[in-house]
Design a protein around this ligand. Structure first.
Ligand code: ACM
Length: 581
């Protein structure tokens, strides 16, 4: 741990802003900032036209934590002003953020000034968009100190709150800054999902990839196919640990989101300027759906009626049959999905496409007849034909398909975007072929993977990927030409939950690494080897206090707390084996 963590909260911002001017910033010329300003019980919140929806968000977080009522009103010397400004004045030319210069005309860019000498208000927050203002509010919250992350004031209402004087100009590096949460392997109740949206927002991330279906559970109510949740949303028991573990949790496990739950989650995300990418995984990872509707499986190869929701982990051979029945069924599912996830929040729909073993299609007369009838070269092209079908179907409805990088096999559908998970290679190939790409290589940003070597890590699987490893992750691989690099929409961290049986385990795997990931996705960091991890760690000392205030069960830098360990539960069984889950 760093020996001299910064004391000025302005020097603890995560993710680091592009440019930051404080009273102690060394500059050639003197500048007018003094150390502190204050927010106090008389502080008003002035919302200029178009910024009104941000007021309840600010009051519900900063207002609740500080006990400041923040009534609406005209700008005052101790007040906060939110304003939409197409041309935000240029930030003072000072060396500050890690690299680059702030360009506050970026749609999510903002300028935050806590300096009464500017317009005679305590806090001036400007952006071209409400989304940018929302990102700026996250910075303001960090400036107020860790207590600003609680839900009620520790010292009662009526206090005033010191705020360091700063001038921040900031913007994100990537448009797609995501977290994928697997709620299929282990269900996360709705309140937990809303909490995760708050945690994502606090880290300036803006995409929530909602992995809703898998072999082990179907988590979204589909009115026309009620057995998807009646049957598919629960399993009788669950493998405890890695699939090679001999242990079982004999409790039934399950849960699903009603359509109203989904609408609430989507609206909650939209208020926080977070896009939601729902994933309906096909044609693999579908045993829960087949257990509910056996006609979806390869009925001429196995007795699909005998299948139940899968209770263990790994790549599952029981995949969807490539039939018209399957296509019509999933079109019906997606019709409801499109209604629940409107285009402005969910322009992308994820259809999975990963890890679909072809063994059953090889043995199936029905699948082979389809291959012949369509003149396809084999099973890979059959998978590609299914993906293309849904690409066309989604495009006709104004949406874009995204899938895992296996959708490249057998030919990529024209408008499809690729989530590159098996490394950089597929993403590079897709970007060079003009497809949009989200970089999420398992070698770097699979947060289910263990975060330290040693037997103390709970159910350790996958690669060892430390906080520093994630901090040094680079979403755009070196050598990619500028045209292809422009197709890298951004990056996301993926949280698969086979070995995370509850929210505390999800927190442990996700944090603190998501903080490092957020800085990679937002800030203009130098090349991986040149990144100042010591500086990041110093800022993390303050960020751990924020996570404490938020009630996040992160992995402490000293290792798991006793109750965070899972002694005797097998993780990846063989050192040196491939890191598959
Ligand atoms: C994946 O990890 N199967 C996308």
């Amino acid at each position: 741990m760093p020996t001299n963590p910064p004391t000025n909260p302005a020097h603890t911002l995560i993710p680091a802003p592009r440019t930051l001017l404080t009273h102690d910033t060394p500059t050639p010329a003197p500048h007018p900032l003094t150390p502190l300003t204050r927010l106090c019980p008389t502080t008003t919140l002035h919302t200029a036209p178009g910024t009104e929806p941000l007021a309840p968000l600010l009051r519900n977080t900063i207002g609740a934590a500080t006990g400041l009522p923040l009534p609406g009103g005209a700008p005052t010397p101790d007040g906060i002003v939110l304003r939409l400004t197409p041309a935000v004045p240029a930030v003072p030319a000072v060396p500050a953020g890690p690299a680059g210069t702030g360009n506050p005309t970026h749609p999510e860019g903002y300028r935050l000034t806590t300096d009464r000498s500017v317009e005679n208000v305590a806090v001036l927050l400007e952006s071209p968009t409400p989304a940018g203002l929302f990102r700026g509010i996250q910075t303001l919250r960090q400036l107020l100190g860790p207590e600003a992350f609680r839900r009620a004031p520790l010292r009662g209402a009526g206090q005033s709150w010191a705020l360091p004087q700063v001038s921040v100009a900031d913007e994100p590096r990537f448009a797609w800054r995501g977290l994928m949460l697997d709620v299929a392997r282990h269900f996360m109740p709705k309140d937990g999902v809303l909490r995760y949206l708050d945690l994502i927002a606090a880290h300036k991330l803006n995409v929530f990839h909602f992995h809703l279906t898998d072999d082990q559970g179907w988590r979204i109510e589909i009115k026309r196919h009620p057995r998807l949740t009646d049957v598919g949303a629960w399993r009788g028991r669950t493998k405890w640990g890695h699939r090679a573990s001999p242990l079982w949790d004999e409790k039934p496990h399950g849960g699903y989101y009603t359509q109203d739950d989904i609408r609430e989650i989507v609206a909650y995300a939209a208020e926080r300027h977070i896009r939601v990418v729902p994933e309906i995984d096909l044609p693999g990872h579908s045993q829960a759906a087949i257990a509910a509707y056996p006609e979806l499986g390869n009925t001429d190869v196995i007795d699909t009626a005998s299948l139940s929701v899968w209770d263990t982990w790994g790549v599952n051979p029981n995949v969807l049959a490539p039939t018209d029945t399957t296509l019509r069924f999933y079109e019906g599912v997606l019709e409801e999905v499109l209604e629940l996830f409107p285009e402005d929040v969910s322009p992308f729909i994820h259809i999975g496409g990963d890890e679909c073993p072809k063994d059953q299609w090889q043995k199936s007369d029905i699948a082979q007849a389809r291959i012949r009838e369509l003149g396809l070269a084999g099973e890979n092209e059959l998978q590609s034909w299914i993906i293309r079908h849904f690409d066309t179907w989604l495009s006709a409805r104004g949406r874009r398909l995204i899938g895992w990088d296996e959708i490249l096999e057998g030919g990529l559908a024209p408008g499809a975007a690729v989530a590159s998970w098996r490394g950089y290679g597929a993403g590079v190939a897709a970007a060079e072929a003009g497809h949009d790409v989200v970089m999420c290589p398992e070698q770097y940003v699979y947060l289910d993977h263990r975060q330290a070597p040693g037997a103390e890590e709970p159910m350790p699987i996958g690669f060892v990927r430390t906080l520093e490893d994630v901090y040094r992750f680079e979403p755009v691989p070196a050598g990619l030409g500028p045209e292809a690099a422009a197709h890298i929409l951004g990056t996301q961290a993926n949280v698969w939950t086979e070995v995370m049986e509850n929210q505390a385990r999800v927190d442990y795997q996700t944090f603190p690494r998501l903080a490092a990931f957020a800085e990679v996705a937002w800030s203009a960091l130098p090349a991986p080897a040149d990144r100042d991890f010591a500086d990041f760690e110093a800022r993390m000392t303050a960020h751990y206090r924020r996570l404490d205030a938020l009630g996040v069960d992160y992995r402490p830098p000293t290792g798991p707390l006793p109750w965070q360990r899972r002694p005797g539960v097998l993780g990846r069984p063989i050192e040196g084996a491939p890191p598959n889950r």
